[in-house]
Design a protein around this ligand. Structure first.
Ligand code: DX5
Ligand code: ZN
Length: 211
């Protein structure tokens, strides 16, 4: 069984409250934040997160695809994120980002893009609670899963053995590849189109989870 974190990016933004309710049986809610610099797309900011916070009991898994996240950790923490993830490829000091996230009582995560070597995560493994392996190039939902992600997941699984770190995969996760991803070592899957594109979201979550 894996934990399921539906990515709100694929939801109907005209009915956020309804969409959030429809995925209330999930384990997390994944919130994709994009700045038009780190990735070529713009999405939501802290005000959207604080507006939806009262309508969900799920832990919020905020994925910052932004440059200079240090400047924005405070508002995202105060908006009600539970986990805040920054990319290893962004320019700010990663240790500083992790400490800042933790200074607000939040759990820190690191995300890694498809072309980045897994070894870049190694120096931070004692201090983080989540790793997000990007299995598409960050920026857009609905992309095709990159097959080399399995190998990277296996590699990271070995690196984090015995550590209390959630190993998450983000991008192109569907009913076909989810069990293979679980076998490779993920303990959590982020899924946008597969959950929000399904007629019955609860059912999609159950299938992904492997119940
Ligand atoms: C991509 C985002 C993902 C994306 C996943 O940059 O980080 O969270 O929304 O969407 P799907 O599951 O549709 O690939
Ligand atoms: Zn994401």
């Amino acid at each position: 069984m894996v934990k399921v974190s539906p990515s709100l990016l694929a939801s109907d933004f005209s009915d956020l409250r309804g969409e959030i309710k429809a995925v209330s049986t999930a384990d997390f809610l994944h919130l994709d934040v994009m700045d038009g610099h780190f990735v070529p797309n713009l999405t939501i900011g802290p005000c959207v997160i604080s507006s939806i916070r009262p309508h969900s009991n799920l832990p919020f898994d905020t994925h910052l695809m932004i440059d200079n996240p240090l400047k924005y950790i405070e508002p995202f923490a105060k908006a009600g994120s539970d986990y805040i993830t920054v990319h290893v490829e962004q320019p700010d000091d990663i240790r500083e980002c992790i400490s800042k996230i933790q200074s607000y009582g939040k759990k820190a995560g690191l995300a890694i893009s498809p072309d980045t070597d897994a070894s870049l995560l190694e120096p931070y493994l004692e201090n983080i609670s989540m790793i997000t392996v990007m299995s598409v190039y960050p920026g857009f939902g609905g992309q095709k899963f990159i097959e080399s992600s399995y190998q990277k997941i296996r590699e990271i699984k070995k690196m984090i053995e015995g550590k209390d770190i959630l190993l998450s995969v983000d991008g192109g996760v569907d009913f076909e590849n989810v069990r293979k991803l679980e076998e490779a070592g993920v303990t959590m899957v982020v899924a946008g189109s597969t959950v929000f594109g399904a007629e019955n979201r609860e059912n999609a979550i159950e299938i992904l989870r492997g119940e």
